[in-house]
Design a protein around this ligand. Structure first.
Ligand code: SAM
Length: 272
């Protein structure tokens, strides 16, 4: 049974869309792995939160969202218009995130994305030509991510080019980095942990609110940075909201500042 690292008030069950026996089989298998109740479509109304298999993949359905008070849905979709647009018009090698992780002409670092979430940043790194290892500890996010990867791997457009660059491990990144093979260090380690809710967070993007509902705040981000600095090849990059303090009181080598957030970059001058 997989345990959930965040104590939340939601009731969560796993279900499927009526009419396709394979969806029922998949949802039963996931419920067993996650140790969650498996319910038929007729009982979905009884639950606030559901992981539902549909013909278009696995998705989270929330009955209501406190802030906007209507049902909300979230899934990992590497073929979405939004990701496609970001890939094609995001600024290529010049964009802040690409520069922060060390992508430049002729240089494509191997990146460890230690807080993969919905995999959006990893997808960007891979679309710019980097090999990416994604880590995610939340079993719910991991199930969504795995499902998104499996569907996108079948795509003619991005399957063999972008998705093939991504590998995924469900684990706690601190434990992983502390026990990983030091002869196979990634060049760059990227950290984008959840940060404690502020008043402004009511305005945050819907998907971040839904993720927060399941994952909570990542209260061990200081320890995550320390483990990353210890394991890093060339650099560690931390995404922080604008005005937030640096993690673990450790000043970065430099920061790249954007409108609402910044990347704190820690260069490994030891070059190990
Ligand atoms: C803000 S989201 C990341 C969003 C991601 N950058 C994207 O592009 O979709 C933070 C994620 O990091 C994960 N996380 C935080 N600390 C972690 C750790 N120590 N190990 C693995 N995952 C972690 C959380 O479960 C959450 O899903």
């Amino acid at each position: 049974m997989i345990t959930h690292n965040h104590c939340s008030t939601y009731s969560l069950a796993i279900s499927y869309k009526e009419g396709d026996a394979s969806l029922q089989d998949k949802s039963m298998a996931l419920a067993k792995i996650m140790g969650l109740p498996h319910i038929p479509p007729s009982r979905q109304k009884e639950f606030n939160s559901l992981l539902v298999y549909t013909e278009n993949g696995l998705r989270i359905q929330l009955k209501h969202d406190r802030a906007i008070k209507k049902p909300q849905v979230l899934q990992v979709d590497f073929l979405s218009n939004a990701l496609n647009y970001r890939r094609q018009h995001g600024g290529g090698l010049k964009q802040a995130l690409a520069r922060a992780v060390g992508i430049k002409p002729g240089v494509r670092p191997h990146i460890l994305d230690a807080t993969a979430g919905l995999g959006k940043d990893s997808f960007l790194f891979a679309s710019l030509g980097c090999k990416v290892t994604m880590l995610e500890r939340s079993p719910i996010l991991a199930a969504l991510l795995q499902d998104g990867l499996e569907r996108a791997a079948l795509s003619r457009e991005i399957g063999e080019t972008i998705i093939a660059q991504l590998s995924f491990i469900q684990c706690d990144a601190i434990t992983h980095m502390m026990s990983a093979d030091r002869n196979k260090k990634p060049d760059s380690i990227y950290l984008d942990p959840m940060y404690p809710q502020s008043n402004k967070s009511a305005l945050n993007k819907l998907e971040m609110r839904i993720i927060r509902e399941f994952v909570g705040d990542d209260m061990d981000s200081d320890a995550l940075l320390l483990a990353a600095l210890d394991y890093s090849g060339k650099r560690v990059i931390v995404k922080r909201p604008k005005g937030a303090c640096v993690l673990a009181d450790i000043p970065p080598s430099h920061s790249i500042t954007m409108k609402n957030s910044r990347y704190d970059v820690y260069m490994n001058t030891g070059g190990s």
